[in-house]
Write a protein that binds this ligand. Structure first.
Ligand code: CTP
Ligand code: MG
Length: 313
């Protein structure tokens, strides 16, 4: 479809590519920021162990997948291990107890306990300047973080694209699921989808070593399988020669062209699993959710990552 006459297509993408690359360099977090994040992670780990006994605190989201901009928030997830002496608590109870304990520590500010969110979390700011979300027992988030990291390792253009789209969305104030727009995670999925359509990325969830059947690796009832052995990916998949020639400028143009004029919001589902846009699976009227923008989560297939989008945004 992009071969159709397109009056807006620039004749050269060189300047956009050059600017975009410089921009990506500027927006990279400095090593000093990484050090502050690690220190905060250690502190949260100590506090969690103090409150619940045995516990593991893992970074996920942009702190875990290499897609962070400078000054990005840190997402962490706490895993309690009831077999080894820590208690099993409900997500709401977890949020209350860790939230109350953090309140007593002068190093933490603006502590919010979001108990009624789809995934209950504690939000806070650390005095060292890092904002942090703390979640609980969210295995799927750890796995989808690893999936995104794997896509980044395939081609360095993935990170560049994501960084530009994220900063664009932040500056346009359309990067906040709490106020009716998309999460960063949603934007990353949109970028991956476009890159899959262009042949820059494969679908890691359908590639199987030895070309066998896709296995079912259960995680909270969903299949978390994907091909993660990126060093050996070329045995099973190669990018098209044309896709290798595409510059960041060209791919950015394609991103905006696709979502502005090709993607049919009324009946398309954004699906990183099937790079060809599939018609929305559910044609029955559903009253519970709005389906203004459907973005299928790669693992949690009944989770529409585009659900926060309201009519205005
Ligand atoms: N996540 C999810 N489902 C969503 C939103 C987020 O599972 N609807 C999980 C994903 O694991 C994602 C992580 O939460 O990687 C963090 O999401 P988000 O903060 O939106 O993305 P980041 O890549 O961390 O972006 P930013 O740097 O802007 O925070
Ligand atoms: Mg984040």
């Amino acid at each position: 479809s992009d071969r159709k006459y397109d009056p807006y297509r620039p004749t050269s993408f060189d300047q956009i590519t050059k600017d975009a690359k410089e921009f990506c360099q500027e927006l990279m977090p400095k090593p000093e920021e990484e050090t502050r994040k690690l220190a905060l992670l250690q502190k949260l780990s100590d506090i969690t162990v103090e409150v619940f006994g045995e516990a593991e605190v893992l970074p996920f989201g942009s702190s875990g997948n290499g897609l962070a901009l400078a000054n990005a928030d840190m997402d962490v997830c706490v895993f309690l291990n009831p077999k080894n002496g820590s208690e099993e608590v409900s997500p709401v109870e977890f949020v209350e107890r860790i939230g109350d304990r953090l309140e007593k520590d002068p190093d933490f500010e603006n502590i919010l306990q979001l108990k009624r969110a789809r995934v209950p979390i504690v939000k806070l700011n650390h005095v060292n300047g890092i904002a942090c979300d703390i979640g609980y027992q969210n295995d799927l988030a750890i796995w989808n973080t690893r999936l995104l990291r794997a896509y980044c390792r395939i081609d360095e253009r993935v990170r560049d694209m994501v960084v530009i789209i994220k900063i664009w969305a932040k500056r346009r104030k359309i990067n906040n699921p709490y106020t009716g727009s998309l999460s960063s995670y949603a934007y990353v999925l949109l970028v991956i989808h476009v890159l899959q359509r262009r042949g820059v990325l494969p679908n890691l969830q359908t590639i199987v070593a030895g070309n066998g059947k896709v296995p079912f690796w259960d995680c909270q009832g969903f299949n978390r399988y994907f091909f993660e052995d990126i060093a050996n990916l070329s045995r099973y998949w190669q990018p098209t020669p044309e896709s290798q020639r595409q510059s960041i400028g060209e791919l950015l143009y394609e991103f905006f062209r696709y979502y502005a004029s090709e993607f049919r919001y009324a009946n398309h589902v954004e699906d990183t699993e099937q790079a060809q846009s599939a018609p929305a699976a559910d044609s029955k009227p559903v009253v519970k959710n709005r389906y203004l923008f459907c973005i299928e989560d790669p693992f949690e297939l009944n989770h529409n990552v585009g659900r926060p989008v309201d009519r205005y945004s």
